[in-house]
Ligand binder design. Sequence first.
Ligand SMILES: Cc1ncc(COP(=O)(O)O)c(C=O)c1O
Ligand SMILES: N[C@@H](CCCC[NH3+])C(=O)O
Length: 427
Amino acid sequence: MEAFQYRGNELYCEGVSVAELAKQYGTPLYVYSQAALVGSLKALQDAYAEVDPLICYSVKANSNLGVLKVLGAHGSGFDVVSGGELFRVQKAGGDPGMTVFAGVGKSDPEIAQAIEAGVLMFNVESEAELASIARVAAGMNRVAPIALRVNPDVDPKTHRYTSTGQKESKFGLDIERALRIAETVKDLPSLTMIGMHMHIGSQITTVEPYAKAVAKGVELIAKLRAMGHPIAWYNMGGGYGIAYRGPEAKPVSEFAEAILPGLKATGCRLAIEPGRVIAGNAGILVSRVLYTKQSGDKRFLIQDAAMNDLIRPALYESFHRIWPVTVPQGLPAPPADYEAAIEGAEPWDVVGPICESGDFFAKDRALPPLGPGALLATFSAGAYGMVMASNYNTRPRAAEILVNGDGASLVRRRETLDDLVAQEVGL
Ligand SMILES: Cc1ncc(COP(=O)(O)O)c(C=O)c1O
Ligand SMILES: N[C@@H](CCCC[NH3+])C(=O)O
């Protein structure tokens, strides 16, 4: 079953009416489908089944405790980039021993926290960070497991803000430098290098960049082992693209086909860090139209969700499908004939109440006639949606709902006005 589908002219998440959720919990409202989360995790587990992969769900994509709990219960490990994310994993009952710790700027307290928790390994991004991990581990009388994050210098052919594996990127170490650093690790008894890590970018829709990166990784692992490092893990990172508009994304099985031959040649265990492909299409953001407005030739739908709720269109000019939650009488339900039926309909800019010209969800988007009070669903909002939300313009952040079959749970309540000033002291 599709996670989000229309029954008659009403949008449902699994067995739950989205309009009913909006009535009960208000808008803006994030709604996630448990079946979609688990289904995408399972698709990855199946695609790599022959090598018994460790799927480390990338917490940064959607860190709600309800989401983490469901994924952990279905066998997922985790990829974290901060002490905060590690704390969330532990709160949700996740296994630190199935958790990798990435990120270019880990602080001493975060390193100590992760050693104490017993993370599977640190993905190390610089000489200076390596020295910090060695020092903190030595001070705790522990041996920290590490992987060097290598920047294979391949073009992932994605948005420039989400490319991470090219020479000019701040992420990772170039291969020559990684080899030089690996020499020094042998003299640091508080470190053991058990893996090699790459993450080349995000929303990648072709398999070639992975194939190129793996080829470089295979060679590097051989060299690291020749130095005496017990490399047992090949961590290929995340980056699998999803369908925002139409069928632009490849199934994860095609990525697996590009990665598996090289991986198997190394005899390593595979770890991957998918975020968007698990959470992205498992979530929508529901908003309500407040006003319509015309200025010159431009028509605006002013809704109650804004860039503080979903910043992706403002930040990357990214496309998200926007459909009415209740399709007006006489129109077919999306997706089938809907797009054709509204083609040529009046184009609208869908905007929010924030005082920024960049506060838009869509520009010149054909939509059926919708007036104040109508509910809109912005799709593909489950990843990098709520996690990137802010309180800009002193707006309370949205509530989050997790749907499972015919049941819906509130997994984060809407912020109150008091929440907005709760940290402010000294008045
Ligand atoms: C190190 C690392 N791993 C995993 C991810 C998750 O990426 P994605 O959501 O594209 O799968 C990211 C984000 O790009 C990342 O920086
Ligand atoms: N936040 C981004 C992608 C960056 C992924 C994290 N390294 C997005 O919304 O697409």
